[in-house]
Ligand binder design. Sequence first.
Ligand SMILES: NC(=O)C1=CN([C@@H]2O[C@H](COP(=O)(O)OP(=O)(O)OC[C@H]3O[C@@H](n4cnc5c(N)ncnc54)[C@H](OP(=O)(O)O)[C@@H]3O)[C@@H](O)[C@H]2O)C=CC1
Ligand SMILES: Cc1cn([C@H]2C[C@H](O)[C@@H](COP(=O)(O)OP(=O)(O)O[C@H]3O[C@@H](C)C(=O)[C@@H](O)[C@H]3O)O2)c(=O)[nH]c1=O
Ligand SMILES: [Mg+2]
Length: 293
Amino acid sequence: MNTVLVTGGKGQLGIELQRAAWPAGWQVHAIDIDELDLTDTAAIAAAVAAQPYAAIVSGGAYTAVDKAESDQVTAWAVNALAPAALAAAAKAADIPIVQISTDYVFDGATPGKRRPGEATDPRNAYGASKLGGELAVRTSGARHAIVRTAWVVSAHGNNFVKTMLRLAETRDELGVVADQHGAPTAAADLAAGVVAVTVALAAGQSSGTWHFANAGETDWAEFARAIFAGSAARGGPSAQVNGIATAEYPTPAARPAWSQLDTADFTRDFHIAPRPWQDALDDILDELIGRKA
Ligand SMILES: NC(=O)C1=CN([C@@H]2O[C@H](COP(=O)(O)OP(=O)(O)OC[C@H]3O[C@@H](n4cnc5c(N)ncnc54)[C@H](OP(=O)(O)O)[C@@H]3O)[C@@H](O)[C@H]2O)C=CC1
Ligand SMILES: Cc1cn([C@H]2C[C@H](O)[C@@H](COP(=O)(O)OP(=O)(O)O[C@H]3O[C@@H](C)C(=O)[C@@H](O)[C@H]3O)O2)c(=O)[nH]c1=O
Ligand SMILES: [Mg+2]
């Protein structure tokens, strides 16, 4: 049996990796902070050495983007040092590692889809710490894949879909930024992609960096309107969305204006063409609220 060690097991991706269809002969051992604190690098080495894993998926992360601005040391510990320790342990065990990263490694200052090889220049502490993790994995000597994704949503954990539905329970109108552009990504779709990457790496796929996001593009305000249209059609909560400028929604962390990721290399190498984000959103709303009447 090929067992994959997954960190961030209670997070959005970790949950979907446990529900995902792995090929016969593959299983997931998902762990979270209760079993392994990623700020404890010695414990990471011991955890990887504890049993003969076939691969590691490094999905655990400090994902509170605004909080990271005032807690940079913890963000770097979880997002950079932990991947460094996981990659060193992967190298020692001669197994591949899949590091999950983010659109926030780019400055996103200009429109257009970012390709994996483009220059990075994070605008916030979360993005900087995630880039630190990428660099550590890339230079570790372990066979690796860095998979950058964006705007991850699901029926579980903390994400924009759940935040919007929660706010609509008590508010009739919401101001949502209309000048940050990207594509939402269902954690389930990302998980299917990560399965393909992990199996390919184990079969000899060479190291590299790829982008995975659902197809299409939107902005947060338009995404919120789609969430509420889908929710209302299912008898769930909705609110009116007023598109606002980023300057009208001040946050501790700066965020990129243009976050679209170019997934062409992913499709070429792993033979998965991401579906439109609207279809992925439908599945999430079906799970959260129920099917349309
Ligand atoms: N969510 C998004 O929009 C995006 C995410 N990504 C990346 O994708 C990956 C998966 O993200 P997602 O599933 O959404 O993230 P989540 O925040 O849902 O899950 C991350 C998990 O890591 C855990 N974790 C945090 N700190 C530690 C620690 N010290 N020790 C052990 N575990 C810890 C979290 O626990 P707890 O909840 O208790 O903190 C959580 O269960 C991450 O690498 C993230 O950076 C990339 C782009 C977009
Ligand atoms: C709740 C709310 C948010 N917003 C804005 C803030 C922000 O610019 C945008 C999205 O809010 P979020 O809190 O989901 O944003 P954020 O946590 O920055 O989302 C990011 O998370 C990390 C982990 C990633 O890697 C990124 O890909 C991205 O998904 O919407 C509003 O304009 N109005 C609101 O009422
Ligand atoms: Mg968030």
